[in-house]
Write a protein that binds this ligand. Sequence first.
Ligand code: KG4
Ligand code: ZN
Length: 344
Amino acid sequence: MSLILGIDTSCDDTTAAVVENGTKVLSNIVSNQTEVHKKYGGIVPELASRRHIEMIWPVVDEALKAANIKLEDLSGVAACHGPGLIGSLLVGCSFAKALCYSKGIPLVAVNHLEGHIFSCFLSERGPVGETEFPPRTPSFPFLALIVSGGHTCLYRVDDFGKYRELGRTRDDAAGEAYDKVSKLLGLGYPGGPIIEKIAQDGNPKAIDFPRAYLPESFDFSFSGLKTAVLNFVKEQRAESREQRVNDIAASFQASIIDVLVRKTEWAIKKEGIKRVVLTGGVAANRELRRRMKEMGDEREVEIFTPSASFCTDNAAMIASAGYYHLEAGDTVGLDLNPKAYMPL
Ligand code: KG4
Ligand code: ZN
């Protein structure tokens, strides 16, 4: 049996998890910093690093206790070494290195985006085949759409370790657009869940916001949409008109979802692949999940959406990817250096 402790501090969540044999989640602890950053409407990197330093040991300790294991039981420690905020990454990596050094445990390094892809193999109930309700996991090859606050990218995944980027955002990530639009509407942070909620009472066809399909590539662009929302709000203020904020939120969300679903559909056609993994923080959005599933049903494509707690940043996904690295003998030394920019 292999027990991996995953650690991810790439952004504003301090996370640690214990995963058995790459799939069974024994614990998954997330300490979020929403309270620290919300008054700024976005993440302040310096504050994020300081908070990680305070939280890393309590979070790791809680992950071990919840899994009912001791450090000595671990087969390895998997640390996320990028991409992300460099000060934040340094906290998790340094902590992981210290643990491995003091206990003589192997260390593996995991790319945050690879972690997001591996979220589709996780199960809280148990490994595939041993459970009453085995989790549905994709076979290779599959497409992976990662939509979060820091990333919006589409990969073709041919095997463990074999990833080909088909497209990425040229400017804002989808989650970043949610956060910025929420801020400009005065709704709060993080924007995604707030906009999703109020959009339920809005008309998605009320305002025809732009959709950047960029038909010549699989890249994405969401900054024009954000500017269009800003201009709309300014204009209606100048003209003393008042569109319901629910309609603005619903129309904005419809634009994002139309683009994500349509581009995934094109990639399915071009690559001839019938399996799609939808993950990352924005993949927690129920309307996006519903629309992607609807498209999948029409095209007879299987859509895999990990549970919301595995879509948003977590360390269980890092431990899962770490398990496969460890099995392949792909360990790293204590000179591991995280990097802010790290393509998969
Ligand atoms: O994956 P994640 O936890 O962290 C990053 O790697 O960025 O994603 C966080 C992002 C935030 O921008 C947040 O607003 C967005 O995911 N998000 C959502 C929802 N829940 C979180 N966006 C839309 N709908 C949601 N329900
Ligand atoms: Zn992420």
